[in-house]
Write a protein that binds this ligand. Structure first.
Ligand code: NAD
Length: 365
């Protein structure tokens, strides 16, 4: 298994493989870039079929976190952890304490937290071994409602830009996935007067949302082709692909899911079809903005985190306007802005002769 030659390798600063004999921990931590500050990114636990699949995942996810933090104007970089194992059967206190000790060896260059397959309770165990854990129980809590708030604000910004409307009254939105984030997105959209069509692989979740929000229920196969102003992917990644593109019947794609474009070229394909795409790592940054508040000098304050989430609408509008001026895909414009910010961070660090990322708590004094 090659690391440097992996197609997902993109000049990552550090990739560390951790093994712990006692607990059976097998984890990979990837720090993509710490030019803007210490890396933040959750710990995913998944029964990967192979180590190379786990490596690809962690490399891609870590890079995504760098771009997400840069676009949210946060003084942090991007990193991620993947643990190889089944979250349904392989969890133990020893495992997460071993993870905590592993994270501690990075000396504050990286903060972890919960992600797919892990929970705040797991993070409590890791936290017993290291201070470099965010989102444990008793801290900022479940980020999903805050992520959903950012997505809702982002949909409003997209509707304003594309349809010239300041409200969502009667706007048709197709929501794919009604889990932790999608449910709250659907709730906020309904309160705002949008007319929803929803789908979830889990029939209970789908029926509950349909009933609660008066939404039309369709199958998870149908949802991508539903006629609506907005398609909001809030389930898994890769939904915008060669097979789904010809079926799309919307003016806007704006949702919570990470890595919505199967490949970069699918961003260009949306642009060619005249569909406005809200880049995923911009619109879904609410959870990161929320968790990063824990590292502010005066500690976590929910109201301040929610106020900062408002900036997502402004950032998206800048992306939309620049994309329109340059007749370029919004995905490319967002990448370019993020890369400009990272390059500037790198230059100012070099100009100051500053060392690599310092732990944020220490930096905050
Ligand atoms: P979740 O697991 O709670 O919910 C996902 C839902 O999607 C589930 O109900 C699942 O049944 C459904 N689903 C899966 N495949 C589907 C399909 N093909 N059609 C219809 N429904 C399908 O996850 P979540 O925390 O709500 O996250 C949703 C997405 O948002 C993920 O891509 C995640 O990476 C991303 N995201 C989440 C956060 C957060 O704060 N939780 C932050 C940023 C990004």
């Amino acid at each position: 298994m090659d690391v440097f030659a992996s197609p997902a390798f993109d000049d990552h600063e550090q990739v560390v493989f951790f093994f712990d004999r006692g607990s059976g921990l097998r984890a990979i931590v990837a720090l993509h870039d710490t030019s803007l500050g210490p890396a933040i990114g959750g710990c995913r636990m998944w029964p990967y079929a192979s180590e190379s699949e786990a490596l690809t995942d962690v490399l891609r996810l870590a890079k995504g976190m760098t771009y997400k933090a840069a676009m949210a104007a946060l003084p942090f970089g991007g990193g991620k952890t993947v643990m190889i194992g089944d979250p349904g059967s392989d969890k133990s206190e020893a495992l997460f304490r071993a993870l905590g000790r592993a994270i501690d060896t990075l000396g504050g260059r990286y903060y972890t937290g919960e992600d797919v397959g892990t929970s705040p309770a797991d993070m409590d165990w890791a936290r017993a071994e290291t201070p470099y854990v965010l989102g444990h129980s008793g801290s900022s809590g479940d980020p999903s409602p805050v992520t959903a708030r950012g997505v809702w604000l982002g949909i409003r910004a997209a509707v304003r830009h594309r349809l010239g409307r300041d409200d969502l009254g009667g706007v048709r939105v197709a929501v794919q996935g009604l889990g932790h984030v999608g449910y709250h997105v659907a709730r906020l959209l309904t309160q705002d007067g949008a007319r929803l069509t929803v789908a979830d692989l889990d029939p209970n979740r789908a029926e509950r949302a349909a009933e609660e929000f008066g939404a039309r229920l369709v199958s998870s196969e149908e949802i991508l082709g539903v006629e609506a102003e907005v398609l909001a992917p809030c389930a898994l990644g890769g939904v915008i692909n060669d097979a789904s593109l010809p079926r799309l019947c919307c003016a806007i794609v704006a949702g919570a899911a990470n890595n919505q474009l199967l490949e970069d070229r699918h961003g260009a394909a949306l642009h060619a079809r005249g569909i406005l795409y809200a880049p995923d790592y911009v619109i879904n940054a609410g959870g990161l903005i929320n968790i990063a508040e824990e590292l502010r000098p005066r500690g976590y304050q929910r109201e301040r985190a929610l106020a900062r989430v408002q900036s997502i609408a402004q950032t998206l509008t800048e992306v939309f306007e620049r994309a329109a001026r340059e007749d370029a895909p919004t995905s490319q414009i967002a990448d370019r802005i993020a890369e400009e910010r990272i390059r500037l961070g790198r230059q100012s660090r070099a100009a100051l002769g500053a060392p690599a990322a310092q732990p944020a708590r220490a930096a905050a004094g």
